[in-house]
Design a protein around this ligand. Sequence first.
Ligand code: CO
Length: 405
Amino acid sequence: MSRTTDRRALLKAGGAGLALLGGGRLASAAEPTTRREPGGGFSNYGLPPERAGSPIRWISSDPGVPGDGVSWTPLHELEGTITPNGLHFERHHAGVPAIDGTRWRCIVDGLVTRELALDLEALHAMPMRSRIAFIECGGNSNALWRPEPVQAPVGWLHGLVSCSEWTGVPLAAVLAAAGPAQTGRWLVADGLDASGVTVSLPLERLPDDAMIALYQNGEAIRPEQGWPARLVLPGIEGIAQVKWLGRLRVTDRPAMSRFDTVSYTDRQPDGQARRFTRTMGVKSLITLPSVGRPVSTGTVEISGLAWSGAGRIERVEVSIDGGRRWREATLDGPVLDQALTRFRYPWSRAAMPAVLASRATDSSGALQPMRAALIGEQGHNAYYHYNAVLGLAIDSDGHVEHVHV
Ligand code: CO
C-alpha cells in the first residue's frame, strides 16, 4: 500500500482509534519493540481477554427471596447475534439447583400409552437436531411501561433476551414415543428447581421445532441454563422453556399453576387478565449507540437487534427524527426464524441533534408498534410483552438519552 492510500484509508476511518507512525505507517499497539518471547501456555478452557470493562451480566436480585432475580445480557457490549454462553440472560425463581446428571430423569406421563423415564443416555440415543433461536423473558423491557424513560444502557433494560444454537431431541419424537391419548390437549412441564416451575402449553400450539435441548452453542447446557436438559420452544416466552426439566405430563386441561395464572399473564385495562399469551412479539432496538456511550463525530454506524416469535425479520427501518421518516436498514444474513437479527444503518452526525429509533416488520406482516399504540391497546396495568419502538435522543455533544417516541 502506498503512503497516499494509507493516509486516505486513515482519513476515511475518521480517526477512529487509529494512530499514525512517522512516515505514514499505521501503528499497531501489539507491535513488539523488542524480540518476541514465547507467550503463555495452553488452557483447558479458554476465557475472554482480561481487560478493563469486559462485558458482564448485570445482576438484579431480590435480597428478601434467595435465588429470585435476573441477570441481564449486556446487549450494548456485544456484536453479532449469538450470545456467549457465559453472558446468556438468567431468570431464576429459586436459584440454580445442583442436579446430578447421572441420576437425573425426565418423566413423560399422564394421558399417554407408554410412560417414559428418560435419562441422559436414552436422550443421547435418539436422533438430534440443532436450531438457532432467541429466548426472551416475557418480562423483558418491562421498565418501559413506566411513564418516564429510564436512563440505563440498553442491556440493563432489554437484555432479558439472548440467542444460541440449541441442540437436542425433537419434542415431537419424545411425545410420539409416549403415544398421547386422543383426549390429550395440554402438555404440562415441570422444572426441578425449588420454586416448582410448572407451565401449561396447548399441544396443538407447540412449535414444530420444539426440543428437549441438551447443548447450547455446542457444549453441554450450563447449570444456570437448565442442565441437564431444558425445553427450547422457539418464539415462546422464556418461562415456558422450562429449565432443569423433570416431567412432561399430557393432560386434558391446563394445570393452572401460579406461572399460568398469577404471573406471566397480561392484565388488561378492565382488570381482566389474558392467559397463555406465550408468543413473543416483533421487536427491535438499537444497541449502538447506547446510553452511557457517547457518539463520536463523523459517520457512525447505527446497529441493533431485531427478532420476532412469529417468524423471521422481514425488514428493519431506522428513523433519525423520532419516527417521522423511516429508512430501511441492512440486515446481516442469514436471517433465521425466531433468531436475533443484526441490522445496520450508516448515519452522518451532520444532522444534530437527533432522535434515533428502529422498527421491525416480521414475516407474518406484523409491524413493531409505536409506544402510544401499545399503551393505547394494553393500558397501564400491563407488565409483560413490552415491544414498542424505543427512542434514543442524541444531543449536539453526542450524549445519548432514552426518550419515549
Ligand atoms: Co405472556
